[in-house]
Design a binder for this molecule. Structure first.
Ligand code: FES
Length: 197
């Protein structure tokens, strides 16, 4: 876990471009929450994603784990609903209830369809998957609509963190509790209907 954590921390606060090749420092990520020690203990983390372009994602730390906030494009939203894509997934309807809070148990696994919030830990053995938003790259094949690829043992997840059939990971990526404080700020670690977590 320590090794995985170091690895993702090195990439934290990094924004991935639509082509998956551009990595930029993100000075605009304002961590408005409490101290790092309090965050490690589980305090909520507020994320301003106002400058996140469609197709990009940012990484923040919550409870010592990476959490991704990704803004989906209209095309991503359309492709992840295609029936032939859904047939490739192990649990397209998110039947396993522990994978997400009830308000994220829907077609996009999110509160707002265009914004996806998910814990970036593979449900196989805990590696950190790689964001691969490009369609049909040579190494992932013609059926790849964009998503997350785990380099450790090859598990694949789609743009809603739903696991594909035939890979080692047993379940979808986990959606953490989260709520929106405004149009551009999401708070990770608190359910919408509660005030204190
Ligand atoms: S830890 Fe991701 S595939 Fe094994």
């Amino acid at each position: 876990m320590d090794r995985d954590r170091r690895r993702w921390l090195a990439g934290a606060a990094v924004l991935m471009g639509g082509a998956g090749v551009a990595a930029l420092a993100v000075p605009f990520i304002r961590s408005m929450g409490p101290s790092a020690r309090a965050r490690a203990a589980g305090a909520p983390v507020q994320v301003d994603f106002s400058r996140l372009e469609p197709g990009q994602q940012i990484t923040v730390e919550w409870r010592g784990r990476p959490v991704w906030v990704m803004r989906r494009t209209k095309r991503m939203l359309a492709r992840m609903r295609e029936p032939e894509h859904l047939r490739r997934l192990r649990d397209p309807g998110s039947r396993v209830e522990t994978q997400q809070p009830p308000y994220a148990r829907n077609a996009t696994r999110s509160i707002r369809p265009e914004i996806f919030v998910v814990i970036g830990i593979c449900t196989h053995l805990g590696c950190v998957p790689t964001y691969r938003p490009e369609e049909s790259p040579p190494d992932l094949g013609p059926d790849w609509i964009g998503g997350y690829f785990c380099p450790c043992h090859g598990s694949r997840f789609d743009l809603a963190g739903r696991v594909y059939k035939g890979v080692p990971a047993p379940t979808n990526l986990v959606v953490p509790p989260h709520r929106y404080l405004s149009d551009t700020v999401v708070e990770v670690g608190v359910h919408p209907q509660t005030e204190g977590g």
